[in-house]
Design a protein around this ligand. Structure first.
Ligand SMILES: NC(=O)C1=CN([C@@H]2O[C@H](COP(=O)(O)OP(=O)(O)OC[C@H]3O[C@@H](n4cnc5c(N)ncnc54)[C@H](O)[C@@H]3O)[C@@H](O)[C@H]2O)C=CC1
Ligand SMILES: O=C(O)CCC(=O)C(=O)O
Length: 429
């Protein structure tokens, strides 16, 4: 998705080139982080790309009897710390470079919240919104058959991401268990509770973002109660986040999905919208008076949360963002050029690799519970998540202050350290 090499923008008469390639962008920041930490070039050479990327072709019998062949990927960035871990997305614009970048971000997230994992990520080029339930089941099972040699509870543990959900995780777990001939709940996380899912995983990403918003707001002396919040995306991350912000007394004045956005300066009826959204996070189709996603991002507000897709805040619109705090629930919503512009304008930007790490944190809890066969209450999960995220936020924020760098670079410095050390101790570099 959104993976062009460069776009040329004309800003105030000046031609500017900006990379929208997520892999190139993440490599730029990894290089900077490793240099700041004093690592040699060879460490960058190791970490700039995933160790392994598998491309698979998945034949699926469609409901009309025809066979359609889909392309999928699974990237494993670095397994020096432990098995790789990360979600699977189903989206028409998935690319190999995007999946590679997403796997690197998973390694960084694991480092930031200190999980015993490296990063992995998968994707299939498809549009699940246009597929039937049974076609989706066949595609999910076909993907697992195609990648089964590479993954497993001690090798690489998938999870949900854009346009995948607990039902898809259930089919994948069932397929893997059939192939291996034993029940393997720890193969995948984000499962339904009845199949060994964890309490709190469904809402974990949004809970983590909520904690980061609270911590960021404290640093900027903004009261969350009464703050005006705009959320782009109304799926797993965005819709629960809107709900948690609403419950915390904030005024959610804008939300969006892939088809448009809703704006009400007096606050939207979040419970109603939650009730009416579909399983792909679509809700705006029910309304006539919509605005565009572009207009949504530029609304006058205190806190802006991109929670949809990549490359939404770029050099073209960063000057028009009015929020005082931007918290990235989505992976890669802000380009490096836009990060620079926002930082220079004094906007506090909490980067994706920190802000969206609540999901993988509770996925880790799910995997631990599967491995031990003993399950925790929702309160226990939330208490543990709170501790992990508050500590991670403080680590990144204080490093950004002491080293006088933006929070993205600080987060990369925190996130890269453990995997670099583990790679060094293993004698890889
Ligand atoms: N689900 C999870 O646990 C985690 C998700 N994330 C990230 O959060 C973001 C959202 O993921 P989920 O909520 O899980 O996905 P989802 O599939 O539940 O929802 C996606 C939302 O984005 C909207 N969307 C899709 N294309 C769009 C476009 N072109 N413009 C505007 N909106 C668009 C959809 O309409 C939907 O509302 C992604 O970047 C994902 O990688 C990050 C960490 C964990
Ligand atoms: O829950 C997980 O293991 C991974 C979630 C994910 O894909 C992400 O944080 O981007």
């Amino acid at each position: 998705m959104g993976n062009q090499d460069v776009v040329t923008e004309s800003t105030e008469g000046k031609e500017k080139q900006e990379t929208l390639n997520l892999l190139h962008s993440t490599q730029t920041v990894i290089k900077e982080a490793l240099e700041k930490l004093g690592y040699q070039e060879s460490m960058f050479e190791l970490l700039k790309e995933p160790l392994r990327v598998l491309t698979v072709r998945i034949p699926v019998r469609m409901d009309n009897g025809e066979v359609k062949v889909f392309t999928g990927y699974r990237a494993q960035h670095n397994d020096a710390v432990g098995p790789t871990k990360g979600g699977i997305r189903f989206h028409p614009e998935v690319t190999e470079d995007e999946v590679k970048a997403l796997s690197i971000w998973m390694s960084l997230k694991a480092g930031i919240v200190d999980l015993p994992y490296g990063g992995g990520k998968g994707g299939i080029i498809c549009d699940p919104r246009e597929m039937s339930f049974r076609e989706l089941e066949r595609l999910s099972r076909g993907y697992v058959r195609a990648i089964s040699q590479l993954v497993g509870p001690t090798k690489d543990i998938p999870a949900p991401d854009v346009f995948t959900n607990s039902q898809i995780m259930a089919w994948m777990m069932d397929e893997y268990s059939r192939i291996r001939e034993f029940d393997s709940p720890g193969f995948i996380t984000g499962k339904p509770i009845a199949l060994g899912g964890s309490h709190g995983r469904e809402t974990a990403t949004a809970k983590g973002v909520t904690i980061c918003i609270r911590e960021a707001a404290k640093r900027r002396n903004i009261d969350v109660k009464g703050a005006r919040v705009v959320v782009q995306g109304f799926g797993n991350a965005g819709s629960y986040l809107a709900k948690f912000m609403h419950d915390a007394g904030a005024k959610v004045i804008g939300i969006s999905d892939a088809y448009g956005a809703l704006h009400d300066p007096n606050g939207l009826d979040i419970d109603y919208l939650l009730d009416r959204r579909d399983s792909f996070g679509t809700v705006t189709k029910l309304f006539n008076n919509t605005i565009t996603n572009k207009e949504l991002l530029e609304l006058d507000c205190d806190i802006l949360v991109p929670a949809a897709i990549e490359n939404q805040i770029t050099a073209a619109n960063a000057h028009n963002i009015k929020a005082k705090i931007v918290v990235e629930a989505a992976n890669g919503p802000t380009t490096l050029e836009a990060t620079k512009i926002l930082t220079e304008r004094g906007v506090l930007l909490v980067p994706d690799v920190l802000a969206s790490s609540g999901g993988v944190t509770v996925s880790y809890f799910e995997w631990v519970q599967n491995n031990q066969g003993y399950y925790w209450s929702e309160e226990e999960v939330e208490e543990k998540l709170e501790k992990v995220l508050v500590r991670a936020f403080e680590n990144v924020y204080s490093l950004s202050q002491t080293r006088r760098v933006d929070m993205r670079l600080a987060a990369y410095m925190v996130g890269v350290r453990k995997m670099a050390e583990a790679s060094r101790f293993r004698g890889w570099v």
